[in-house]
Write a protein that binds this ligand. Structure first.
Ligand code: SAH
Length: 231
């Protein structure tokens, strides 16, 4: 069973974009996942193929129309489609590695990319869209956010990452940020690799990494420690 992504967008040319290269690109070619980019404008009904209109109540910008989007969503996600319907949105629940894992374990996702000021609220309610944010900043459109989400999901699909262990030790997987990394040369601009890492003592190395991860997390992301107390 492969992960099936359908992306609804005004810019289908943005896909697969970066996901056509490297690990994700190879997995796409291998059929580990599939990607369908659907042009929302194809579902407009007037001769100008209008997808947006002025905001009710006035104000700047344009809003994507519920009726046009509903037809696009219904096309991508017909009744019985088991895939979650996501709307990329700065007002959504912040994306976490836990949610990424859930998505990767599922059949795929239908992802709606907003543009302009966003989408008509009635569409979100009527099609029960799950709003997902990739952080507290504003993008010009949902497409880069969808690429970010899919990148995070695809690397977890079976067979995509060569070394599965490295996935489990990643930042956030243990509730901590990851320890620092080093590689050759042994000395760089007067800075040596920490002795313990070249000692060959695997227990000491594991302890050092754990301590560094805790220290880094305490300094940079104390919120993670509060959310998941140390084992
Ligand atoms: N007026 C909106 C922002 C619209 S930005 C507001 O203030 O909330 C246009 C589109 O970009 C959004 O509809 C959404 O699809 C996407 N977008 C912008 N920032 C995002 C973020 N942080 N996470 C996910 N999607 C985002």
């Amino acid at each position: 069973m492969s992960f099936a992504a359908s992306v609804l967008t005004l810019y289908p040319e943005m896909f697969p974009g970066a996901l056509g290269l490297s690990l994700a690109g190879r997995a796409l070619e291998a059929g580990t996942w599939s990607l369908e980019a659907i042009q929302i404008r194809d579902f407009a009904t007037d001769k100008h193929r209008t997808v947006d209109d002025t905001p009710a109540g006035g104000g700047a910008g344009m809003v994507m129309r519920a009726d046009v989007l509903a037809m696009a969503v219904d096309h991508a996600s017909p009744p019985g489609d088991p895939r979650p319907r996501l709307l990329m949105s700065p007002r959504g629940k912040p994306l976490t590695q836990a949610r990424v894992r859930e998505l990767a374990a599922g059949p795929g996702a239908v992802i709606l990319c907003g543009r302009f000021e966003g989408v008509d609220q009635r569409l979100i309610e009527a099609r029960e869209l799950e709003e997902v944010s990739i952080g507290d900043f504003i993008l010009s459109g949902g497409e880069p956010a969808a690429l970010v989400l899919l990148d995070a999901v695809v690397r977890l699909l079976p067979g995509v990452m060569g070394n599965a262990v490295s996935g489990e030790e990643e930042s956030f997987e243990s509730g901590l940020l990851e320890h620092p990394h080093y590689t050759r040369p042994q000395e760089f601009e007067g800075r040596p690799i920490p002795d313990v890492l070249t000692s060959g003592n695997h227990k000491k190395i594991a302890e050092w990494r754990r301590a560094e991860a805790e220290k880094l997390t305490r300094e940079r992301r104390p919120d993670l420690l509060r959310a998941a107390p140390l084992r």
